[in-house]
Ligand binder design. Structure first.
Ligand SMILES: [Fe+2]
Length: 252
């Protein structure tokens, strides 16, 4: 059995940044403390670690928080990260190629795949790498990426911030003869979508959640969450979202 915890969209700012009045550092510290209690095999941080722009000091602070628990972790970038600074700060340079951070790892019989969508697309190099990987792969598997690979019925995000070359990625994923459990962030909502062989799970942010029904940007609420994912060797997959109040309710 492999037990993973996904944490996403931390949006940690510089000290003094106005992060909508939310204490994002306290939110991440709380999420981490609660996640550690479940003794996961690994923590997976799926992008937008930084509030706006990638910064070495912010990555250093996140790394220090992670180090307090000694739990193995993986990171992939979001559109508010610097891929190179992030790879360096988290000792992931072995995965860093052509300014991207994509890779896979094997845990027992499970191979887990991680894509880099920080540029708003999956690059042609990654698409070729993925296509090649899937050509020899069998069975259901887990894929982490910051952007969802499909439109999600969240007008504000779909219209402005969706993955741009999602058709190219979908073509490769739909060809695969097995289920693909995809775990994303980016949208700041809780939502699961099913399309052909894809199960697309969007995990809420550690910052705030947005209104799924509004075309304009509108905050829905300030509760935060992480996602627990457990996969048995038998192919059984269990998952649950764990919600917390968040550190502060901004004055509106
Ligand atoms: Fe994002």
């Amino acid at each position: 059995m492999i037990r993973l915890i996904q944490i996403t969209d931390l949006h940690i700012g510089q000290p003094g940044d106005n992060t909508f009045g939310v204490d994002v550092r306290m939110n991440f510290a709380e999420i981490l403390q609660e996640a550690a209690k479940l003794k996961p095999d690994a923590l997976i941080l799926t992008g937008d670690l930084c509030f706006d722009l990638g910064d070495p000091q912010i990555y250093k602070w996140i790394r220090q928080q992670l180090n307090m628990y000694g739990i193995p972790f993986e990171v992939i970038p979001g559109n508010h990260d610097s891929v190179e600074l992030m790879a360096a700060a988290f000792d992931k340079m072995q995965h860093f190629k052509d300014n991207e951070l994509y890779f896979s790892w094997q845990s027992g019989t499970e191979e887990i795949i991680f894509l880099d969508t920080s540029s708003g697309v999956v690059s042609s190099k990654q698409l070729a790498w993925l296509k090649n990987k899937l050509s020899t792969k069998k069975g259901d598997f887990i894929l982490f990426m910051h952007h969802p690979p499909i439109l999600c019925g969240v007008p504000h995000m779909d219209s402005k911030y969706a993955l741009r070359n999602r058709d190219d990625l979908q073509e490769i994923l739909f060809e695969y003869r097995g289920k693909i459990h995809i775990y994303c962030g980016h949208y700041h909502v809780e939502r699961t979508l099913y399309l052909h062989n894809l199960i697309v799970n969007i995990t809420p942010s550690c910052f705030f959640q947005i209104d799924m029904n509004s075309e304009a940007f509108r905050i829905d609420h300030y509760r935060i969450a992480f996602r627990l994912i457990e996969m048995e060797g038998s192919g059984l997959l269990r998952q649950s979202l764990h919600y917390f109040d968040g550190s502060s309710l901004p004055k509106e």
